[in-house]
Design a protein around this ligand. Structure first.
Ligand SMILES: C[S@@+](CC[C@H](N)C(=O)[O-])C[C@H]1O[C@@H](n2cnc3c(N)ncnc32)[C@H](O)[C@@H]1O
Length: 277
């Protein structure tokens, strides 16, 4: 379903408030939820039980903290599929600790996370993937034989999909995290170079040659990214952002996707006086 928005200033302001709240990545929300849940349980729940002379095992405490986390996640409108993650996170940690695993397992897990979430501390753009419905909506908006960039291309899913669906185009991804880069590079080899993948920062790529630029990042870089886009992209080309709006700029089209996250694509056509709201 596609929505053509021409909202009044008041509605836009309301949308901006709600979209900035909605724009926080679910992973970040979940992290905050976990912190708050553990603090609430340790400072309120556990002392109350102690006063009532109820003693619990560590795993039972962890399950209670998990229950608080799930409730907080629900109250904060996290997508439903995050709620079991919120519930089982602390119990999972306690269980792992009680398994008495050899330290190198923790080191291996840490190394794996580092290879995937390499740049998060600096860029505040975590790793999560667009849905197939988002890929399809992007494919439907490509001009013939388009040159397309996916800024922060993850596992190369969008590029691979476009190369299959729209074989006349040229598809280029930039990815900074080593493991996603490596996996998308292997995938590119398997499809005989049906797309290109570059290891490095999206900030170092000249966007001038691209007809369509796609990004699924976070609220943090959007204002700076828009400045880069306006500076480098040609009039008439498209910038499509999954989930995160460019602050203060009215999109030409908003595409509501019926996917797991009920994501939206914000489509901006460059040139012709980008409307600042
Ligand atoms: C939310 S994921 C989106 C992945 C993919 N575009 C998709 O839609 O499925 C964002 C990706 O951007 C990458 N990333 C973050 N900062 C980056 C940067 N400065 N340069 C290149 N990639 C970056 C992350 O490693 C992550 O893989």
């Amino acid at each position: 379903m596609q929505l053509q928005l021409q909202p009044s200033t008041e509605i836009v302001q309301m949308l901006n408030v709600s979209s900035s709240a909605r724009g926080m990545a679910p992973g970040l929300k979940s992290f905050l939820v976990q912190l708050l849940a553990v603090l609430l349980w340790l400072m309120l729940g556990a002392p109350l039980l102690e006063r009532a002379q109820v003693s619990l095992l560590p795993l039972q405490h962890a399950l209670c903290a998990g229950g608080v986390a799930a409730a907080l996640g629900w109250a904060w409108n996290l997508p439903r599929w995050w709620l079991p993650i919120n519930f089982f996170f602390v119990p999972g940690l306690v269980t792992m600790y009680s398994l008495d695993l050899a330290p190198y397992w923790y080191l291996a897990a840490f190394a794996l996370l580092l290879l995937v979430y390499w740049s998060v501390a600096g860029s505040r753009v975590p790793f999560y993937l667009s849905s197939r419905k988002a890929w399809q909506a992007v494919a439907e908006r490509l001009p013939p034989a388009a040159m397309v960039a996916d800024l922060g291309s993850g596992l190369g899913g969008l590029l691979h999909f476009l190369a299959q669906q729209r074989p006349g185009g040229r598809y280029v991804g930039m990815e900074i995290a080593p493991l996603p880069f490596l996996l998308s590079w292997l995938r590119m080899q398997l499809c005989s170079g049906c797309y290109e993948i570059r290891w490095g920062s999206l900030w170092h790529v000249d966007l001038q040659p691209f007809d369509v630029v796609y990004a699924y990042l976070s609220p943090v870089p959007m204002a700076e990214l828009w400045r880069k886009i306006q500076h480098e992209m040609r009039p008439g080309t498209l910038f499509i952002s999954n989930t995160f709006e460019v602050p203060g700029v009215e999109p030409n089209e908003v595409v509501q996707l019926d996917d797991l996250h009920q994501s939206r694509l914000y489509v901006y056509r460059l040139g012709g006086g980008d409307r600042v709201i």
